[in-house]
Design a protein around this ligand. Structure first.
Ligand code: GLC
Length: 545
């Protein structure tokens, strides 16, 4: 079995500016995060993914940056960053950072120079057209908030390309000088000690754009180059890429020999998880896992329920999407970009602790490495009064104290959620640390079990026929041993027969994690599950594994 650290990781995604403020200016910072590392270590997190930390005008939460080689002064200094890396090392925690290289901010000095002078050395670092391209209104990523993908630049009286908002001009990756510079950026951060990157908008990075045609040539070989460059600098570094593309295309991102990007978010499965939870049916996931393409051995999926963006349901059929909207985001205000839901998980599931735990066990039971968004471990909610995706980007709720213990300042980067079922008096770390029944305590129990079960990250996965619509059964085998995950997505108790094929013996299945104490699973012919119940059963473990 090829073993890669990222196949057995638990990745925790956070935005420094909303995690912990250390200097009282109302903005979370690197020192604040460093002071919370013991919390993350105790939670069972092995890798932290930081949302963009670079200088930024902040019009897309840092995904619009003005300097690849610096830390936003509001968050701290490069010195603070290196100290953070060091303190992570001390705790055996790895750090990965967002790599936003499809575009810069329009305030980046490269773009400022490019638009100011046709002879600028940076002119060709962006994608221009002398006239309005015929497809200028196509391909928008943020419908309702983004007018087109080409905008007129008055200064140079020409049009520039931008996949995202108009203030995020796309870099011209066809220009080798751009690729070389990005190579230097990557090398810089690896040298500072990061274990890899979360690559933003990977498909857009590698598409070659021409103003006169909507056809786009995809340069997958640029990913090979990037991978080589990273591997030369740090052999075990990971790139976890965002590529919300059809499944057939995903394999191209991993590379036919696993020689491009080692880890991809599983967007398709994310949507199927919500469909399964909405319908109380395992069927969507049975199909999703069975039809999931085989990926190269060293490659890995990253699973997630919630991230820093809306839940993108555009991969579902219309009736499926309607079911998910009806159940989890019925109000127009909860929906975004005609395709998604801008809510956190706990309120979507009505704050029901059993359903929330089931949802997370479901995520952890699927093939791949789990990524968890900060605040999900305590069941934080959203603030729909905030614009677009900011609804789910409110400060971490540390305590029932002013500003949720996030900051002593009167005004914070975004308001903390203070009222209602998900306000900080009701939902916070400190109270949950003292309560063994809390969601946080549950996370502290489940994550170590997950990490003791490398089968989930890197074993061979087989979907079992549970003969029950609501019950998902997955079996994982790898040289360290075998495990079963059995989950009841319905709300009625069931008993299922999972006895192995004739001739196969499965030793003495032992519950390693379950929603309650169940009678021993014995020969697996009558496995009991409560409504919303789940069981992880270890079938065998290799000696010493
Ligand atoms: C990615 C990020 C999103 C951002 C966009 C533009 O999709 O996840 O938050 O707005 O890229 O960088």
């Amino acid at each position: 079995m090829p073993e890669r650290w990222y196949q057995q990781a638990v990745i925790y995604c956070l935005d420094v500016e909303t995690f912990q403020d250390s200097n009282g200016d109302g903005v979370g910072d690197l020192r604040g995060l460093t002071s919370r590392l013991d919390y993350l270590a105790r939670l069972g997190v092995s890798t932290i993914w930081l949302n963009p930390i670079h200088p930024t005008p902040g019009r897309d939460d840092g995904y619009d940056l003005t300097d690849y080689y610096a830390v936003d002064p509001r968050l701290g200094t490069l010195g603070d960053f290196v100290e953070l890396v060091h303190q992570c090392d001390n705790r055996g925690i790895r750090l990965i950072i967002d790599l936003v290289v499809n575009h810069t901010s329009d305030e980046h000095p490269w773009f400022v120079s490019a638009r100011s002078d046709p002879d600028s050395p940076y002119r060709d670092w962006y994608v221009w057209s002398p006239t309005e391209p015929p497809n200028a209104e196509e391909g928008v990523v943020f419908p309702g908030y983004q007018r087109g993908t080409w905008s007129h630049d008055e200064q140079s009286d020409s049009w520039y390309h931008h996949r995202f908002y108009a203030f995020q001009p796309d870099l011209n990756w066809s220009n080798p000088a751009v690729r070389e510079e990005i190579g230097r950026v990557v090398a810089f951060w690896l040298e500072l000690g990061v274990s890899g990157f979360r690559m933003d908008g990977a498909p857009f990075v590698i598409e070659e754009v021409h103003p006169d045609t909507a056809d786009r040539v995809m340069h997958y070989e640029w990913l090979n180059d990037l991978r080589d460059l990273i591997a030369w600098r740090r052999g075990d570094a990971v790139v976890l890429a965002e590529a919300n593309v059809p499944r057939e295309q995903i394999l191209e991102f991993f590379g036919p020999r696993g020689d491009r990007l080692p880890m991809m978010f599983n967007f398709a499965e994310n949507q199927q998880m919500f469909l399964a939870l909405a319908r109380g049916s395992a069927a969507p996931l049975v199909t999703a896992v069975q039809s999931s393409p085989a990926i190269p051995p060293a490659a890995s999926w990253a699973t997630f329920l919630r991230n820093h963006d809306e839940i993108d349901l555009s991969g579902l059929r219309e009736s499926e999407r309607a079911d998910v909207f009806a159940k989890f985001g019925p109000d127009k205000d909860m929906q975004l970009y005609d395709r998604g839901i801008r809510r956190r998980l706990a309120p979507m599931l009505g704050g029901d602790p059993e359903r929330i735990r089931l949802a997370y066990v479901l995520q952890f039971s699927l093939p791949g490495t789990p990524v968890i968004r900060y605040g999900e471990e305590i069941g934080m909610g959203e603030d729909l009064s905030l614009d677009q995706r900011n609804a789910i980007r409110t400060p971490m709720q540390w305590a029932d104290a002013p500003q949720a213990g996030f900051s002593p300042a009167e005004e914070t980067v975004r308001p903390v959620i203070a009222k209602g079922d998900f306000g900080y008096p009701a939902v916070n770390v400190r109270d949950q640390q003292r309560d063994p029944e809390s969601l946080l305590s549950w996370f502290q129990r489940v994550l170590p079990v997950l990490r003791e079960s490398p089968e989930f990250g890197s074993g061979k996965c087989t979907v079992l026929d549970t003969r029950h619509e609501a019950v998902l059964g997955l079996r994982y085998d790898c040289p360290t041993g075998s495990v079963l995950a059995v989950l009841n997505l319905g709300t009625d108790a069931v008993t299922v027969d999972l006895s192995p094929q004739p001739g196969v013996t499965d030793g003495f299945p032992v519950d390693v994690f379950a929603d309650r104490d169940y009678p021993a699973a014995g020969d697996l012919s009558a496995v009991e599950l409560a409504g919303s119940g789940y069981r992880w059963l270890r079938l065998s473990r290799a000696v010493g594994a």
